[in-house]
Design a protein around this ligand. Structure first.
Ligand SMILES: [Zn+2]
Length: 269
């Protein structure tokens, strides 16, 4: 392994783990991930994966830092208000660890750019705040054969689902079906959330990536982790793959080019 002295010291607490070792650290340094959203979930995801030495991290966000973000989006400081979130994130992450190559993309993820943005990733993390974007990530990753983890947070609750297309595990669309027309779904801005909830859920998403890359432990596949932080209930709900699912089923449809994700309504409505 050709680590520098500094890298050996920086990563010593994880290299010493038998599940990681020098080989595992090399694997992390050689891996490329994409994180959609530099907000409440994206903050812990990118902090911990940057600290762990993931080699290449692509940050996708179209938004600017707002005062009301700071209660939970801990990548951003008061002095960052009005700055692009990707820029603010990149500044913190490169200070934390200069090893990862950080790439920033200031675009709304849409059916027009999703494949190009995600295609060279080893793993994709959803840190978005709306259902249409989660469906788009699901459909594109399955089409491209890229593993990914999707999460949601609301009030005192969080959920996580990981999907491994190569293993044909249950996808987000299998579980939630066609939700793009569901205008009744509420976002955090309407329902509220305690800031540490996306913090804790984002950490679980980051854990999924590390375990997937190192091929250790059990992933949250074919089940959804449901966490209630108010009463400390941690439950897994079994979810079964739908053979007729248009994304992951036996006869998949070209959803990216044919499905109306209504992303613009979700992101700017
Ligand atoms: Zn499916």
């Amino acid at each position: 392994m050709d680590f520098t002295e500094e890298q050996i010291e920086r990563y010593s607490r994880q290299i010493v783990l038998k599940e990681v070792g020098g080989r595992g650290q090399k694997k992390l340094l050689d891996s490329k991930i994409t994180v959609i959203g530099c907000g409440g979930l994206g903050s812990p995801i990118t902090y911990y994966l940057t600290a762990a030495g993931i080699g290449s991290i692509k940050l996708v966000d179209f938004d600017r830092v707002d005062l009301s973000n700071l209660q939970r989006q801990i990548l951003h400081y008061t002095s960052d208000i009005n700055k692009m979130k990707t820029q603010s994130a990149c500044e913190k992450l490169t200070q934390l660890n200069p090893d990862p190559e950080i790439q920033i993309i200031n675009e709304v993820l849409s059916s027009h750019n999703v494949k190009e943005i995600l295609q060279d990733s080893d793993f994709v993390l959803d840190g978005s705040d709306n259902l249409p974007t989660k469906l788009l990530i699901n459909d594109a990753c399955i089409n491209l054969g890229i593993p990914f983890t999707i999460a949601g947070v609301l009030r005192f609750n969080g959920q996580v689902l990981t999907v491994i297309p190569q293993k044909k595990t249950t996808c987000y669309r299998c579980v939630f079906g066609d939700i793009s027309g569901n205008t009744a779904s509420v976002s955090c801005s309407q329902a509220g959330v305690i800031g540490l909830i996306p913090g804790a859920i984002g950490c679980i998403q980051a854990n999924e990536v590390i375990k997937y890359l190192l091929n250790i432990g059990d992933l949250i596949i074919n089940r959804i982790l449901m966490v209630d932080f108010l009463n400390y209930q941690f439950n897994f709900i079994k979810v079964i793959r739908n053979d007729d699912c248009p994304a992951c089923g036996e006869n998949p449809v070209d959803l990216i080019n044919n499905y109306d994700y209504k992303i613009d309504d979700a992101c700017h409505g």
